[in-house]
Design a protein around this ligand. Sequence first.
Ligand SMILES: *Cc1c(COP(=O)(O)O)cnc(C)c1O
Length: 363
Amino acid sequence: MQIFGAKGKVKGAHQWRGVIEEYRHRLPVTSRTPIISLREGGTPLIYACNLSELLGNNVWIKYEGLNPTGSFKDRGMTMAISKAAEDGAKAVICASTGNTSASASAYAVKAGMTPVVLIPKGKIAMGKLAQAVIHNSSIVQVNGNFDDCLTLAKELSENYPVALVNSVNPFRIQGQKTAAFEVVDMLGDAPDIHAMPVGNAGNITAYWMGYKEYYGDNISSQLPAMYGFQAAGAAPIVKGKIVKNPETIATAIRIGNPASWAQAVDARDASGGVIDSVSDREILSAYRLIAAQEGIFVEPSSAAGLAGLIKYKKAKKLPKDKTIVITVTGHGLKDIQYALDSTKKPVVIPVDLKAAAKALGLK
Ligand SMILES: *Cc1c(COP(=O)(O)O)cnc(C)c1O
């Protein structure tokens, strides 16, 4: 295979090739597109025994935190940056609640471009900021929220030589739809329900696009109902109006005016699904549950899909014995604030067997 910039051929060890190489025939690339990839995608779909029991369904977790920069954003970014490279871009810009900037920065430097990121002041998790910093981004904190950052990024890309790589960039959605392909390729069919968090609504749009594409080509026999969950303090789609000052601890979905609003509504209605909201308390409770019972560490925003299903189960609004896939969007190590808050301080003991056993409650 061709590896961008690699000197000489690489021996063919079996390794996932990244979403563009794996699904090339379904993506808008040509032989002239330089493929900028960190071998994103190919993430595990993990059967969740304990959550299956809890929810009365067969529950699978699509663990997107295992992408190269720790979130699903890499699927779209490999496309956006590859197409920007094809166009000869020297610099790329994005507005970000954190993960887009982490991903854009990594893929931009891989392509030899300068990454420029606009982030809302004080509202980004430290792990994500660290990623943008370590990849040498030009970072500007904007005294405003994500929606303000996106407006500014668009204006900059229209007036200066920087390519916009937010999910309004159609190539991002194209790359992200590959997650739906992976689910069907693994399960042998589409699930009955697919649940996930909704922020700017690009991801739910992308999954729906991917599922429809496979269904249209008879690769799957059904389409899932799409269940999207917003944070209660940032739930414009649920409320049917823009939220001026969105507030939630789930910073990745702290968005008041989603770019893909109409497409998300279409995915909901065409699939017979729902877009609903969950409180921060419900999000944090699901966040702890999936870590404690399934061994999967996600960032708080990523737990919104599970939180929504638990809420629906309690309200007796969840069907039984269905196949449900939950996308958990980003890795827990990006935003550890709430993990540490919930943990008791470790006990300090001398180097002593009896003391250790006593402290650990071993008998
Ligand atoms: C971007 C992001 C979301 C929201 O996805 P949208 O496509 O904006 O709806 C959710 N969780 C995490 C971890 C994200 O990075």
